[in-house]
Design a protein around this ligand. Structure first.
Ligand code: HEM
Length: 234
């Protein structure tokens, strides 16, 4: 029963809050939908922390897509055996996770140690950092404890469970034998998703792609050639 509740029902409650929360926030607080940049208050530590965190998380995200969204059968078809996959996953995943963690710690330390930043930090900002660090630490712990590739394989358990949720094929039984650290990691991510729409993390969905092809900014009206000639004649 607990299995069904945690891995069959709870994920949909979390997903509903995540999606509904974003719509609610967009309706109620469009002007607050921002990264709330604090760059003008302090730059140096922000640059180090932000770069480490964002690049780390980007690779962690890529690793999660490769490990959880792509079925193990596809790798087998490519000839990538379990041991090979595991070595690559660990060699990229662990450094990326550690970089993201160091970045998050630097960003937290910056908020604690710089007076002006501390004064402008809201409760939701603290919560965001705490949850991010908790998710990263539990992820790293699960990976480290499973570093021996003869151990548990999440690509035949967690991955199909997760993919099943998106197509409404609920299979909580796949989670029954999953080691506790992976379960803790996933439940911690659930709390992050519930808080997400009410924090500055909403900026993830406003990646400024339009910047790449932003239209020209016109500072001065163009005077037609004929008007210039007329001016010269007169
Ligand atoms: C439902 C969502 C998620 C699931 C099912 C999940 C599952 C997993 C699994 C199976 C691993 C082990 C990977 C390996 O050993 O190769 C892992 C590691 C990890 N996870 Fe997650 N995860 C989720 C969301 C997240 C999120 C949102 C974050 C960060 C904000 C995150 C951060 C990490 C980190 C840092 C690691 C350590 C290894 C690495 O860097 O890839 N996870 N996760």
């Amino acid at each position: 029963m607990l299995n069904l509740w945690l891995w069959g029902i709870l994920p949909y409650i979390v997903l509903t809050i995540f999606i509904g929360g974003h719509f609610y926030r967009y309706q109620k607080d469009q002007f607050g939908w921002s990264t709330k940049s604090s760059e003008f208050l302090e730059k140096k530590r922000l640059r180090i922390g932000s770069l480490l965190f964002h690049w780390g998380i980007l690779f962690v995200f890529g690793g999660h897509v490769l490990g959880l969204m792509i079925p193990v059968q596809f790798y087998e078809w490519l000839g990538v055996i379990e041991h090979m996959y595991h070595i690559v996953a660990i060699s990229f995943g662990l450094p990326a996770g550690v970089a993201a963690m160091i970045g998050a710690i630097v960003l937290t330390w910056r908020r604690i140690s710089v007076k002006r930043i501390k004064a402008t930090t809201s409760a939701s900002d603290w919560l965001t950092l705490i949850l991010l660090i908790a998710v990263i630490v539990t992820g790293l712990t699960a990976t480290t404890l499973n570093v021996d590739s003869n151990g548990f394989d999440y690509r035949t358990t967690i991955a199909p469970w997760l993919r099943g949720l998106f197509i409404f094929q609920v299979q909580p039984e796949l989670m029954a034998q999953v080691p506790v650290w992976f379960k803790i990691h996933i439940l911690t991510t659930f709390s992050l998703y519930v808080a997400w729409p009410f924090t500055r993390l909403v900026h993830v969905f406003s990646f400024p792609l339009r910047y790449l092809r932003r239209s020209y900014v016109i500072y001065k009206r163009r005077i037609p050639d004929q008007a210039i000639k007329n001016k010269r004649v007169s």
